[in-house]
Each structure stands twice: as C-alpha cells, then as structure tokens.
Design a protein around this ligand. Structure first.
Ligand SMILES: *Cc1c(COP(=O)(O)O)cnc(C)c1O
Length: 373
C-alpha cells in the first residue's frame, strides 16, 4: 500500500521547512502531571511488558472515566483493552469482526485507516457522504447502504476532518438502523474532549440498546496532546472487547508501560482541566477560521477536533491534492486535501483541511505565509 497522505505531507513539510498544518499533532508539551507521571514511572523501573490487556490502574481510570462523563457501566476487568493508540484498537476490532466480502458502512469523509484496514481484510467500506456546510447525517442514506453483507457501522464523532459533532437525534437514527439489522457499531471517539463552545459529545453506546453492540474507542494521545505516546483503548461489553484483545495481542501485544501510567494520571485530572483542553483549542479554531476567511476562503464551521476545513476555490485552485503537494515549497505551509478522506473526490475537489492545534504564533506565521498566495 502507498505512503499515507499524512506521512507524505509531513515529509514535504520537513523538506521545505514548512509549518505543518497537515498532520494533526499539537506543538505544546501536554499537561505537566501527565508527563511527570510517565517520567516517574520510568524512574521507578516500571519499564517492562505490561499485561496485554493494559495495566490495572489505567483500565480502572478508563472505566471510571466512561462512568463519570457518560454514565456508562464499563467493567475495568473485561470491558477495557488498552492498545497501541486508537489506531490499533480500530484495526483490531475490524480484524476481529470482519471477514472477506463483508461490508462496513462509514460516514464519508472518513479517517483513512478504516478504508485501508477494510481493504487489507478483503472487506468493503461503503461510504455515506455528509456534506458541507452543516455535515448533517442523512439517516435514509445510511439505511439505504445496508445490505445482507453489512456487518458493521464505523462511526466517528467528533468527526475528523469536518469537526462535526453528531447530535442525539442523528445518533438515535443510526442506533435504530444498527439494532434493526443487528450490526456492530465501532465508534471512534478520539476527540471526545476536544469540543468547542456549547457542544457536547454523546457516545452512541449510551443510547438505549446500544452498549451491548458498540465498541467505543478513545485515545490518550489525542486527549492529552501527546500523540506520539500512542496509548488508546477500546471499551464495551466483555464479548466484543474480548475479541479485540484476541487480535490485538498478536499485533503489538502491549503498549508503553510508563506511558500507560501517565495517561491514567491524566484521566484522573479534575473535569475543569479536560474542559480547558477543548476551550483552548476552540480559541485556536477561531484564530485559524478568521485568518483563513480574511484570505478570502470559505471556511466551514468546525465544532470540535484539531481541524478546520476551507474551500480554496477562491484562490483559483481546481485540485486540492495538487495544491497541497505544492504548498510547502511555494509558501512554506503544509495542509491535507479533504479528497483523501473520500472514496470519490467529486464535490470536494477544492477542500483543504488545516490543523488548528498549534501555538498561536505558529498559526499567525502560517496565515502570514498563506497571504503570499
Ligand atoms: C488520530 C486519530 C486516530 C488515531 O489515534 P491514535 O491514538 O493516535 O492511534 C483515530 N481516529 C481518528 C479519527 C483520528 O483522528
């Protein structure tokens, strides 16, 4: 398989000393307590293999987190598996549950891992488009995509790349379809705490009848701005989580013991600290949105995540892929074309995703550079 677009754009950014608004990673160190706890764990000598399922204190913290924030009754023993990032949780869940010829429905645009993993498994990703500017879910289109080969719906809320946050009504319409057709929902919620303004994240597992058919995925790397740590997890009913563990043990076996201790500390931080992470990012969303609008671009409202999508057609661009490939060399900024999150680029040929999770002065510098366009 080809190099991912994120690797390609990050490589071009390095080559041309460009500001990387492509791959979504923050440029600040993350909460002090989280980093300190990982360092302390290393000095205590907690540097050997953890259990494949994850260290007990982190599993307890994850279960408690699901209960505290969402009222979900997750068992620390049996209902949680810690993985090498949300990525491994997602690919393990898909590998555990999909067979060649199976179909998996995903809202399009979709995170590229879903399509690539489906392809590796000989399964087929069936996209259901959500459209700018409001990215509403068309429940009839989801229903129409179900066939007798459909096994799973992959959901992503808050949604990368659009910044959409699915409403309770939208989630209910998807839940109804999952229950009616006996489908598993794999819910990618890595941006659960990175929501802006008055938005609120709702896990689909918290809807009636859904916990028992949902695998919910979270990411310590995304939540605590330490994306390089690659500590994520899957939670849900014991039978589904057991299947994820059954696959994951043959992938990485287990992930970074001291980093698991760091993330456990993070999940125990007071609510205000987690809320502040979203509020701070919301301010950066505003800086980037306003800056791009000043350049004459149409910018779609992002309610959450690390990202903002803009339409660069006003710059005379007709192909965002070509535009993004040349941007690092032309002006010293990297971004990602939204096309790569689609099975077909039709209708999104000029959309570009910019990351807002950077220091204010870096965003200001990037906007200044983009003025050269
Ligand atoms: C970043 C991201 C992931 C992967 O998370 P990791 O914990 O870094 O593996 C999964 N899904 C979405 C939508 C993401 O943006």
């Amino acid at each position: 398989m080809a190099e991912t677009i994120f690797s390609e754009m990050s490589r071009l950014a390095l080559e041309h000393d460009a500001i990387n608004l492509g791959q979504g990673f923050p440029d600040t160190p993350g909460p002090r307590e989280v980093v300190d706890a990982a360092v302390a764990a290393m000095h205590k000598g907690w540097n050997q293999y953890p259990p494949a399922v994850g260290i007990a204190s982190l599993r307890t913290a994850i279960a408690e987190h699901q209960r505290h924030w969402y009222g979900l009754d997750v068992a620390a023993d049996g209902g949680v598996v810690v993985c090498s990032g949300a990525s491994e949780a997602l690919s393990s869940a898909m590998t555990a549950l999909l067979r060649p010829g199976d179909e998996v429905i995903a809202l399009e645009p979709y995170y590229d891992l879903y399509g690539a993993t489906a392809e590796l498994l000989g399964a087929r990703l069936v996209p259901v488009r959500i459209h700018a500017p409001d990215y509403a879910v068309d429940a009839d289109a989801v229903r129409a995509a179900v066939t007798d080969r459909t096994r799973m719906i992959v959901l992503n809320t808050p949604h990368n790349p659009t910044g959409a946050v699915l409403s309770r009504a939208e989630l209910q319409s998807i839940a109804d379809i999952a229950i009616e057709h006996d489908l598993v929902v794999l819910s990618d919620e890595v941006y659960e705490h990175l929501v802006f303004d008055d938005e609120r994240h709702i896990p689909i597992a918290s809807l009636p009848g859904m916990f028992e058919r949902t695998i919910t995925v979270g990411s310590g790397g995304k939540t605590f701005s330490v994306t390089g740590w690659k500590i994520g997890w899957a939670t849900g009913p014991a039978d589904l989580v057991g299947k994820v563990l059954g696959v994951k043990q043959w992938f990485s076996f287990a992930a970074g013991t001291p980093l698991q201790h760091g993330i456990a500390t993070g999940l125990e931080l007071p609510d205000e600290r987690l809320e502040a992470l979203g509020a701070d990012l919301g301010r950066k969303r505003d800086l980037l949105t306003e800056g791009l609008r000043d350049l004459g671009l149409e910018v779609f409202h992002s309610k959450a995540t690390y990202f903002v999508t803009a339409d660069v057609a006003p710059l005379g661009v007709t192909d965002s892929l070509e535009f993004c490939r040349s941007l690092p060399e032309r002006v010293g900024v990297a971004a990602v074309p939204n096309q790569v999150f689609h099975a077909s680029p039709v209708g999104v040929e000029t959309q570009v995703r910019f990351a807002c999770c950077k220091r204010d002065e870096v965003l200001a510098d990037a906007l200044l550079r983009l003025r050269k366009l």
